[in-house]
Design a protein around this ligand. Structure first.
Ligand code: NDP
Ligand code: OXD
Length: 308
């Protein structure tokens, strides 16, 4: 029984050593090894081709090497193959750090101060106390809840929105289409931590962003296709949205002539909010394979028909 790994070579070398030391019963192979495709029960990959999947008759589980699974071509995957997203402490820590940085930058008016600096203009802005700054998270999953936990000690007024109802201490929770308007109207800073599904594609559009209070700002760390770019640009031009911190784009890399690059009210990073950490991810993967073999639920298993 083997795991086929088809991603970054540096991480692959670390995983190979960890599997050899801690889970030698699971053979670890990559495309450079001579292996019998009929022995591959597990595939760890970012975006495996349909051609590769077709060569693996014994495939049981497809593990994403990242937290998202929207990159998978589910149609090419036999219905019995289980799909698992990556949940590991490195991804969570990275996301918590990034969103905290983005929220504090927006809360402390870094976009306006940056514009003033480039114009050599001394322009103090009155502080808004954190308890008067309303911060809302779309997506109350593994990462959304971790981010809310990290923001709580600053004293922000926190809220969240998800598909099903949640109850989280210190967070005003909203759910479903019926809860969206009330949620949006109470977000001075809106963070998108949704998975990309047919229901969430384009969710950050004029219709929703216009329901934010005037002057609100957004942080998109979900997926680029959550955002309708032209709608964001026009709402910034109109002054309804004051700025954005964007880590994800559609497509990636973003073309060099895209208006986001030079926009004074947009802070951009190249999809680095968090990254799978090699050592802790290997442990998470091994633990999930053991769970699968023991007939237990795997952490991060995706409901394929739901899309996340
Ligand atoms: P989870 O699956 O744990 O959580 C998803 C959350 O989104 C759940 O709360 C779910 O609701 C909610 N949701 C899903 N669909 C809808 C909908 N139609 N309406 C309202 N809420 C919805 O995901 P994670 O927290 O692990 O990850 C979230 C995303 O973050 C990833 O899919 C990926 O796109 C992105 N990401 C980005 C990274 C980066 O570097 N920029 C790194 C890692 C992840 P419910 O709780 O009711 O099921
Ligand atoms: C992920 C990502 O899904 O990097 O892990 O976006």
């Amino acid at each position: 029984m083997s795991l086929l790994y088809t991603s970054d070579a540096t991480r692959g070398r670390i995983w190979r050593d960890i599997f050899a030391a801690q889970a030698s019963a699971i053979g670890f192979v990559d495309p450079g090894d001579a292996y019998d495709p009929a022995t591959i029960r597990y595939l760890a990959a970012w975006n495996p081709s349909a051609d590769l999947i077709a060569t693996l008759p014994a495939l049981e589980v497809l593990f994403s090497i990242g937290a998202g699974i929207d990159q998978f071509d589910m149609a090419s995957l036999p219905p019995h193959v289980r799909v698992v997203r990556m949940i590991e402490p490195g991804i969570t820590q990275g996301m918590v750090e990034y969103v905290t940085m983005a929220v504090l930058a927006l809360h402390r008016n870094l976009i306006d101060h940056g514009i003033a600096q480039r114009e050599a203009r001394w322009a103090p802005i009155k502080l808004v106390p954190a308890d008067q700054r309303r911060v809302g998270v779309m997506g109350l999953g593994h990462l959304g809840q971790a981010v809310l936990g990290a923001l709580a000690p600053f004293g922000f007024a926190l809220s969240g929105w998800s598909r099903s109802a949640h109850a989280i201490d210190g967070v005003e929770c909203h759910a479903g289409d019926d809860g969206l308007t009330a949620f949006l109207s109470g977000c001075d800073i809106l963070i998108c931590l949704l998975p990309l599904t047919p229901q969430t594609r384009g969710i950050l559009c004029r219709d929703t962003l216009f329901q934010l209070p005037a002057g609100a700002a957004i942080v998109n760390v979900g997926r680029g296709a959550h955002l309708v770019e032209q709608d964001l640009l026009s709402l910034i031009d109109e002054g309804h949205v004051s700025g954005a911190v964007l880590d994800v784009f559609d497509p990636e890399p973003l073309p060099a002539d895209h208006p986001f690059w030079a926009h004074p009210r947009i802070l951009m990073t190249p999809h680095i909010a968090s990254m799978t950490r090699a050592d802790s991810a290997a442990q998470a993967l091994i633990a999930n394979i053991h769970r699968h073999e023991a007939g237990q639920p795997m952490e991060g298993e995706v409901a394929r028909q739901r899309g996340y």
